[in-house]
Design a protein around this ligand. Structure first.
Ligand code: NAD
Length: 488
């Protein structure tokens, strides 16, 4: 069993039970972690709280060095972390190598951004006055993380929150807690005890007690809309800062000028990376009616070449889904689409040659419409549902016909259409010809029901800082506008 990390020590805490962690490619139990309790959250929050003053007062250079040291250690341990990540999450090694590389660079980026920020001095109202704005940390930040990119989504919260001077309690997903504990042991161990804590456990137990805790003013959460709404219902009345990164139902629009072969490859990557279990996965594809056949032919041919298998196998293009519950939900959406008239052009079932593991074939569907669940709800699985449009205005209307607004992709070189797309599509990120690529300096986050938080960029640092305006008058004197009124 791997232990929790509270106040610089590895501990079982008060837990009486264990949570088993399964390899989704083999269904084998690979390890276990304590089923944390509200008392364990209490201990972690008190440790983080007691270190807040020390950490926030630490010089920016020293804090930056701590963050660089995290990056250095993650780099040093990269191979082991990638292996463990592949075992507990399932996606191919090459995708996990990228994830770990992003983690390293996120810590480097915020190490520098944390000491780079220059505040602002305002134009004073009177000659004797001096006005300026300072940014300060909130206190203890609760980071609640999902399983699909367990380390990246942890880094996007922890790095800026620490750089801003906050201390941390992490609650990893119960399905992928091992890599977070590995980082605690080998990459966060130089941080002063209590600055960063990891409490494992279920959402309803440890997660919710973190959200309810009065000494945790910020909850930084990535996960499903339903959990985000639950967290908001608890945190909003407590006036907490809620940083919510929720679900998505991203569209890719192929414009008439797009090369069908290139568009097919872009769509396959955007829809099927991590077996479609990405918040910004392409979950709806809109193609022009004219020339539709060529694109459909190209995508079906390309998807048929993709190799399914365990992530550790170097020839694997697509790994398993995370668990049986998620695969069953996916299969229900495919079945509902089929019974409502959708045509399955490739895939549609479990691969015959992989009897263990939560695999599902990548599935291309046509004849879909917005009445079908697969075009409305988050799918979070390897599906490519394709719908035809007759005008570009219609493609934009269909793209916006969705409760979510996380990202959207356009494949085109037509400048007029590109401008119309980024002006009129309601989504936090617009990708043109290069889906799903992040930029450390570019804020990532959603609109509408995807939640309004931003990670990465300066905006990602600001999410963890409060703004304070200082109004300073050099003259200590009786002001003419004080009581009594009517003075000459
Ligand atoms: P989830 O909402 O089930 O769980 C996320 C985390 O919240 C886990 O650690 C879980 O234990 C915890 N949790 C569950 N119930 C809780 C509660 N009542 N109180 C506090 N914590 C609770 O999501 P998941 O299945 O782990 O992840 C998949 C979801 O995450 C998808 O909807 C996906 O779109 C979303 N996601 C969003 C982004 C983004 O940046 N917007 C990125 C990745 C994933």
């Amino acid at each position: 069993m791997k232990l929790m990390y509270i106040n610089g020590k590895f501990t079982k805490g008060t837990s009486k039970e264990a949570i088993e962690v399964q390899n989704p490619a083999t269904e084998e139990v690979i390890d276990s972690v304590p089923r944390g309790t509200p008392e364990d959250i209490e201990a972690a929050v008190q440790a983080a709280k007691s270190q807040f003053d020390m950490w926030r007062r630490m010089g920016a250079n020293e804090r930056a060095n701590h963050l660089h040291e995290v990056a250095r250690k993650v780099h040093e341990h990269k191979e082991k972390i990638v292996h463990l990540l592949t075992l507990e999450e399932g996606k191919p090694v090459s995708e996990n190598e990228e994830e770990v590389e992003w983690v390293i660079n996120t810590f480097r980026y915020y190490a520098e951004l944390g000491r780079h920020h220059r505040g602002s001095v305002l134009t004073s109202g009177e000659a004797s006055q001096f006005n300026f704005i300072i940014k300060e940390p909130y206190g203890v930040v609760g980071c609640i993380v999902p399983w699909n990119y367990p380390l990246l989504l942890l880094a996007w919260k922890v790095a800026p929150a620490l750089a801003a001077g906050n201390t941390i309690v992490i609650k990893p997903s119960e399905m992928t807690p091992l890599t977070a504990l590995y980082l605690a042991e080998y990459c966060f161990d130089h941080l002063p005890a209590g600055v960063l804590n990891v409490v494992t456990g279920y959402g309803l137990e440890t997660g919710e007690s973190l959200v309810k805790h009065p000494d945790v003013p910020v909850i930084a959460f990535t996960g499903s809309l339903a959990t985000g709404q639950k967290i908001a219902s608890i945190g909003a009345p407590m006036m907490k800062k809620l940083h919510l990164e929720l679900g998505g139902k991203d569209a890719t629009v192929i414009a008439e000028d797009a090369d069908p072969e290139i568009a097919a490859k872009a769509v396959a990557y955007a829809a099927l990376i991590n077996a479609g279990q990405v918040c910004t996965s392409t979950e709806r594809v809109y193609i022009p009616r004219i020339g539709a056949d060529k694109f459909i032919e190209a995508i079906v041919a390309h998807v048929k070449t993709l190799r399914l298998g365990p992530g550790l196998d170097s020839t694997t293009d697509m790994g398993p889904m995370i668990g049986e519950m998620y695969r069953a939900k996916f299969e229900k959406q495919i079945a509902e689409a089929k019974s409502s008239g959708a045509k399955i052009l490739t895939g549609g079932g479990r691969p015959k040659n992989l009897t263990k593991g939560f695999f599902h074939e990548p599935t291309v569907l046509t004849n879909v419409n917005h009445n079908m669940v697969i075009m409305r709800d988050e799918t979070f699985g390897p599906a490519v549902p394709i719908m035809e449009y007759t005008s570009f205005d219609e493609a934009i209307r269909l793209t916006n016909d969705c409760q979510y607004g996380l990202g959207a992709v356009l494949i085109s070189n037509d400048t007029k259409k590109i401008k119309q797309f980024f002006d009129d599509v309601k989504a936090g990120t617009i990708w043109i010809n290069d889906p799903l690529t992040d930029n450390y300096a570019g804020p990532f986050g959603g609109m509408k029901y995807s939640g309004g938080a931003r990670e990465l960029g300066e905006e990602g640092l600001d999410e963890f800082r409060e703004t304070k305006h200082v109004h300073w008058d050099f003259n200590m004197e009786d002001k003419s506008y004080w009581y009594p009124y009517g003075r000459e």
